[in-house]
Design a protein around this ligand. Sequence first.
Ligand code: B12
Length: 217
Amino acid sequence: MSVGDVRKRLREALADLDRETFLEALNEALQAGIDVDIIVFEDMSAAMDEIGRRFESGEYFIADLLYAAEIFKEAMRILEPYIVKKHSSGEIERGVVILGTVKGDIHDIGKNLVAVLLKLRGFRVIDLGVDVPPEKFVEAAEKYKPQIIGLSALLTTAIPSMRETIEALRRAGVKAKIMVGGAALSKEIAREIGADYYAENAVEAVRLAEMIVENGG
Ligand code: B12
């Protein structure tokens, strides 16, 4: 089977919520030496988008989204050693990053991926979890003095709450750079709600975080 075929099977099996075929294809992909970033950030992420579309069209239900999240997390456990090998820089004390999904939103797979990669690059990550109100971010920022605060939102309805969080942080005089991401965001929306940076995926988020600390915040 060609690399193209394996990748197609990987995407389709996850989108179809066919766990067994997906795990088989994942194994084949790893054996074929397909880069872990391509597997996670291209194929698995595209499958999750397709699952979202099927949900939107009424073909899938909430239970299907939950099952998709479960399969995704299972895959991440299998992929962990490959991710560590690819992304670990061996560095420590790179800086402090506070992360959280904003109030009203409980999606956390993408945020958790950002956390994993940041930790592997030597950042200390304070993960506040999901559905985090603005005052919690402010409190944590005052306590941990991070260089960067990362906010995640997948729901369009959570954008106002992300804006409120950014405003609350600025009002409190927090100096950290604010980086945002998640399917609800775009570069334009990020700028409009007052964020300093936007990253489309976890690899890009880490690249930005490294740039921010290298430039002294
Ligand atoms: C799985 C899933 C769920 C699961 C989440 C489980 C979990 N533990 O996270 C559950 C079942 C809980 C769920 C619930 C709901 N969901 Co949902 N869900 C999804 C789905 C299919 C996949 C999300 C995902 O994990 N993607 C894979 C990860 C790897 O990608 P990612 O999150 O985008 O993250 C990457 C980047 O965005 C970025 N990133 C993410 N966070 C951050 C943070 C920072 C700081 C940075 C820099 C970068 C960054 O890096 C990540 C890695 O590369 C999406 C579809 C989609 N297109 O996103 C819908 C989707 C987000 N859900 C949607 C909806 C509507 C809902 C519900 C409202 C459904 C309902 N009627 O109840 C609820 C809302 C619950 C709530 N209050 O939050 C809609 C949102 C539509 C919209 N425009 O607002 C989507 C888009 C589906 C759709 N097309 O309709 N969902």
